[in-house]
Design a protein around this ligand. Structure first.
Ligand SMILES: NC(=O)c1ccc[n+]([C@@H]2O[C@H](COP(=O)([O-])OP(=O)(O)OC[C@H]3O[C@@H](n4cnc5c(N)ncnc54)[C@H](OP(=O)(O)O)[C@@H]3O)[C@@H](O)[C@H]2O)c1
Length: 268
């Protein structure tokens, strides 16, 4: 790889672990983060262990399509080698972004969708794109009417699972439309991070009884790191290996409809 690897959500548990691992392997990395101060602190911390790390920071808020566009414009002629769509959130409640999207859907799906599309002209034809998904997708029943949940339809985990499921659909359609790209999915398992605090009374209990048994971020990000070095695309990286995208996620007609509906909603 010769250009930068963009890592979104690089201030988070797995994002920071990915930046450190990639930088330690000699890759130039671009941290795409919504909070610049937090990103500077993460970069400083990584530099204390990896002094040769080549890390840039740029602001990116995936809850704002305007921010996604500004981010891509800000790259100018900076060569980009690969994209790791890692940022994610499970919103604690229902709220809409300025673009009118439900927040969980914006950060996990609409923002990364637009980001990926706008970056395509800057990426080499065989670029690696890795999309972080979740085992919660397994039972998510997606169709184009689910992309904009109403307040009544919103459920923290169900909405998150649908947004991640939409990202799988996007990945498959992207690979179909741009066959030379290497688009892969990474599933980290259950990882002890801020994300699994759902804002409930039992979060404190979970910290003591549940989190110690979850994967650590460094372990959780391994499938994604392997996907970022993959020779081929269309694989599902989980645990210590990779396999074909599970049958339950294969529905080319659905993928095409979700793509068209998303294009219309974002207005590209
Ligand atoms: N933890 C798990 O068990 C688990 C399981 C399956 C999949 N995943 C996926 O793995 C990825 C990383 O999760 P994690 O566990 O490392 O979570 P995390 O520690 O909470 O990190 C999430 C990252 O996303 C960023 N983010 C949130 N809202 C954003 C926005 N509007 N714009 C841009 N960035 C935003 C956060 O930025 P701030 O630092 O500014 O908040 C943070 O850097 C996510 O896609 C998640 O869905 C996690």
């Amino acid at each position: 790889m010769s250009g930068r690897i963009i890592v979104t959500g690089a201030t988070g548990s797995m994002g920071a672990a990915a930046v450190e691992a990639l930088a330690a392997r000699g890759h130039a990395v671009l941290m795409a983060c919504r909070n610049r101060d937090k990103a500077e602190a993460v970069r400083k911390d990584i530099l204390s262990r990896v002094p040769q790390a080549d890390i840039l920071i740029r602001q990116l808020d995936l809850a704002s399509m305007a921010s996604v566009r500004l981010f891509v414009d800000s790259l100018g002629d900076e060569p980009v080698e690969a994209l790791f769509n890692n940022a994610g959130v499970i919103s604690k409640g229902y709220f809409k972004t300025l673009d009118g999207f439900e927040n969980t859907f914006s950060v996990n799906y609409f923002g990364p969708w637009l980001l990926t599309q706008l970056l395509l002209p800057k990426l080499p034809p065989d670029a690696r794109i890795v999309n972080m998904i979740s085992l919660t997708c397994r039972y998510a029943r997606l169709d184009e009417t689910k992309l904009q949940p109403t307040k009544r339809e919103f459920r923290q985990l169900k909405t998150y699972a649908l947004a991640k499921r939409a990202m799988i659909s996007f990945s498959m359609e992207l690979a179909r439309r741009y066959p030379s790209l290497r688009v892969n999915l990474a599933d980290p398992g259950i990882v002890a991070s801020d994300m699994i605090d759902l804002g409930h009374w039992y979060d404190g209990l979970a910290d003591v009884l549940f989190k110690p048994f979850c994967r650590k971020p460094k372990a959780g990000v391994q499938p994604a790191l392997r996907a970022l070095a993959a020779a081929e695309g269309n694989r599902y990286y989980v645990g210590k290996g990779s396999r074909e995208i599970p049958e339950r996620f294969r529905d080319p007609e659905l993928d095409a409809r979700i793509w068209a509906a998303t294009e219309a909603l974002i207005g590209v």
